[in-house]
Design a protein around this ligand. Structure first.
Ligand SMILES: [Zn+2]
Length: 103
C-alpha cells in the first residue's frame, strides 16, 4: 500500500474519504489518482437521505459540490497546486456540513 512520504496518508484512506492530506499526496499518488478521478468524473455524488435544508445550508451544499467538481477538474488537468488550494476550502465546508448534520 502506497503512503505519502510527507504526511503519511495512505492511498487506502484517500479511497475511503476522497480527501488528501497534503500537496505532496497528489504527486505521491498521481498514478493511482488519475484513473480513479476519471472513473468518478461525471458520476453523480450519492448523498443519501435528504434532510430539510435552509437557504444558507443549500448554498453550503452547492458550494461544497462545486468545489469538489472544480478540484476534480483541476486534478484531471494536472493542476495539483490549484487542487490543493481547494482542499482547504473543501475541508472547511465539509466540517461545516457535518456540524449541521447535512453530511
Ligand atoms: Zn501527503
Amino acid at each position: 500500500m502506497k503512503v505519502c512520504p510527507k504526511c503519511g496518508l495512505k492511498l487506502e484512506q484517500f479511497y475511503k474519504t476522497s480527501m488528501l492530506g497534503c500537496e505532496n499526496c497528489y504527486k505521491a499518488f498521481a498514478a493511482e489518482l488519475l484513473p480513479v478521478l476519471k472513473k468518478m468524473h461525471g458520476k453523480t455524488v450519492h448523498c443519501g437521505k435528504r434532510p430539510k435544508v435552509s437557504g444558507v445550508e443549500r448554498e453550503l451544499i452547492y458550494e461544497y459540490k462545486r468545489l469538489l467538481k472544480d478540484k476534480e477538474e483541476a486534478m484531471l488537468a494536472g493542476d495539483f497546486d490549484a487542487a490543493n488550494d481547494m482542499d482547504e476550502d473543501i475541508r472547511q465546508l465539509s466540517y461545516e456540513l457535518s456540524r449541521r448534520g447535512l453530511k
